[in-house]
Design a protein around this ligand. Structure first.
Ligand SMILES: [Zn+2]
Length: 234
């Protein structure tokens, strides 16, 4: 014999399993969307980094020109106070070399500026292209988060109810129930309202079924085939 309250405990434990599975599904879906979102963000970020690096290089080239211009100004001053013709010529050559460097760098800058523009376009394009998708993902993730929280609350409620039932039952009875759960794959009480045993799947003959129903007592009657306690949901 088993106490009828244990059927309620079985309901609650099955409900708990269902809720936990559902919550896990929601969380794994959320994780999937978060990964997708992260991937998009990485793409946008990588376009931004490429643009920034190119801009930085452009800045370096401009700094180089500035440095060269300062150097020329310096050399021009030195030229005024050249001690001899030899030194004068040497300074002139140095100035020409620096001017040459500036011209080459300016040519390089023109190319880099074009590249910066192209990278800026690419960055804005990828950002714009995925902005909608990202917002959509964000919304879905928030929804799933809320849903998971709702399930968390439901789970806590059922856990509380399970504890309540357990604390109202004698230790021995619970121990017996746990042992039977082990033996019967978690299903100690089997519903027979369909004419078949929910536990072992056997369909009863109509005479047998009538007999079982007429004598049915929750916590006492058992399935003649698997030995589970039977009850009728209806
Ligand atoms: Zn059975």
């Amino acid at each position: 014999m088993l106490k009828k309250e244990l059927l309620n405990l079985q309901y609650k434990e099955i409900e708990l399993l269902r809720l936990k599975t559902k919550k896990k599904e929601i969380e794994s879906e959320k994780e999937k969307l978060e990964k997708e979102s992260q991937k998009i963000n990485n793409n946008i970020e990588s376009a931004r980094i490429k643009l920034d690096e190119k801009k930085k290089y452009l800045q370096e080239l401009n700094n180089f020109i500035k440095y060269k211009q300062e150097r020329i100004a310096e050399l021009k001053k030195q030229k005024e106070s050249a001690r001899n013709r030899e030194e004068f010529k040497k300074i002139l050559r140095a100035i020409a070399k620096n001017e040459d460097d500036i011209i080459k760098t300016k040519q390089q800058i023109t190319g880099i500026e074009t590249e910066v523009e192209a990278l800026k376009d690419a960055y804005l394009k990828v950002k714009e292209q995925f902005e909608f998708k990202l917002n959509e993902l964000k919304e879905k993730i928030n929804e799933l988060e809320k849903e998971a929280n709702t399930y968390e609350k439901k789970i806590n409620k059922v856990l509380f109810e399970i504890e309540e039932i357990k604390s109202s039952l004698p230790e021995e009875e619970l121990k017996k129930f746990e042992q039977m759960k082990e033996k019967f794959n978690g299903l100690v009480f089997a519903d027979i309202s369909t004419g078949a045993c929910e536990g072992c799947g056997i369909t009863y003959s109509s005479a047998e079924y009538r007999e079982l129903l007429s004598k049915l007592k929750a916590g006492e009657s058992k399935c003649p085939y698997c030995g589970r306690f039977i009850y009728c949901k209806k």
